[in-house]
Write a protein that binds this ligand. Structure first.
Ligand code: COA
Length: 311
């Protein structure tokens, strides 16, 4: 029987859990789990180095026919993780990095043939199967997840709101929310057609939407909105990370988002979630929108395009 679907599901569950930690408050995110120990920020950040290490120094060489490895080569990357968190790397960037490394690992693990699973690899003095090695990665995930969950049940204020995100077709997405992101209904209809929609709900009430559009050649474009009375609670960040997660699951190479020059909060949010400015579409809003748009006293004229590589 194939072990693979079961193990991949566990690797993916971990990504799903990490993504939801974006709702954790800043104070809890940086509080040590125990005296003198790591905070959730440091624990989550070190996952991506473990995944990159497993992929680059174990699975990829193993797939190329190597079976003998030196032990202990990973000690220094725990220190690197601590340093980057101390230097101010944000929660969203840490989580995005963790998701990217996890899906790169999954893509590599999926290349293993069934007969390779029980093949022996030697790490230092230890002989183990690649299956046992991967179970070690999953055990490492589980250990830290329990540690963090225990911390949050002790830290009452750290408890996360239950946000349910489900895939929906275009007609099931509330138009009033979509209009917040784009006042032109014709523009909305264009990106809804063939788009992949998701609705976020809290206790059955819609709080936000995200739509991903497959533009071909591995590129996904994103549109996002959160209900006005629900803004500033972290749902936008969670939905954006959800969009990145869906694009990774679908093997996308790159993800894009656009916003107006006057949307200062959105520009901050997108860059915190790993997007970089790639282009300015001069006069996009003055050319394509009938009504003038003004935000915080700034006339919205140009489209700022942002993107990030997923591989
Ligand atoms: N300076 C710095 N950061 C800012 C900021 C500012 N002036 N304004 C917002 N931000 C960033 C911060 O990263 C903030 O996170 P923090 O609370 O940790 O500081 C984050 O924005 C807000 O995150 P969150 O609460 O998750 O966002 P949200 O739930 O309010 O959703 C939008 C964000 C953009 C989806 C929401 O405001 C919205 O729907 N707006 C109208 C529609 C829209 O503009 N859609 C996008 C079209 S391009």
């Amino acid at each position: 029987m194939s072990h693979l679907p079961h193990l991949i599901a566990k690797l993916e569950n971990h990504a799903e859990w990490v993504k939801r930690l974006v709702l954790v408050g800043q104070k809890s995110w940086h509080t040590p789990l125990q005296k003198g120990g790591w905070s959730p920020a440091e624990v989550i950040h070190h996952f991506h180095r473990w995944d990159d290490f497993a992929r680059n120094y174990r699975f990829i060489p193993f797939l190329a026919g190597r079976a003998t490895f030196t032990a202990g080569a990973h000690a220094k990357f725990n220190e690197q993780s601590e340093r980057e968190v101390r230097d101010g790397l944000g929660k969203e960037a840490i989580i995005v990095q963790c998701l990217k490394s996890r899906y790169a690992l999954i893509e590599t693990v999926e290349k293993l043939r069934e007969e390779a699973w029980e093949q022996t690899l030697t790490i230092g003095d230890h002989d183990l199967s690649i299956h046992t090695y991967l179970q070690g990665v999953i055990e490492h995930d589980r250990h830290h997840r329990e540690q963090i969950e225990q911390f949050f049940s002790l830290e009452q204020q750290g408890k996360l709101p239950m946000v349910n995100i489900t895939e929906r077709c275009g007609e099931e997405l509330p138009m009033n929310l979509l209009l917040l992101a784009d006042p032109e209904q014709a523009m909305i209809e264009r990106y809804l057609s063939g788009g992949l929609g998701f609705l976020a709900e809290v206790e059955g009430t819609p709080v936000g939407v995200i739509v991903l559009k497959d533009k071909g050649q591995g590129l996904f474009e994103v549109n996002i909105a959160v209900a006005e009375q629900e803004q500033g609670k972290g749902y936008g960040k969670l939905l954006l990370l959800h969009g990145i997660h869906v694009a990774l699951k679908r093997g996308a190479d790159r993800i894009e988002i656009g916003t107006g020059n006057s949307s200062i909060g959105q520009l901050a949010l997108y860059q915190r979630c790993g997007f970089s400015i790639t282009a300015v579409d001069k006069d996009f809003f003055t050319k394509h929108y009938r009504e003038p748009i003004v935000e915080q006293g700034i006339r919205c004229e140009h489209m700022i395009r942002l993107a990030q590589d997923l591989k």
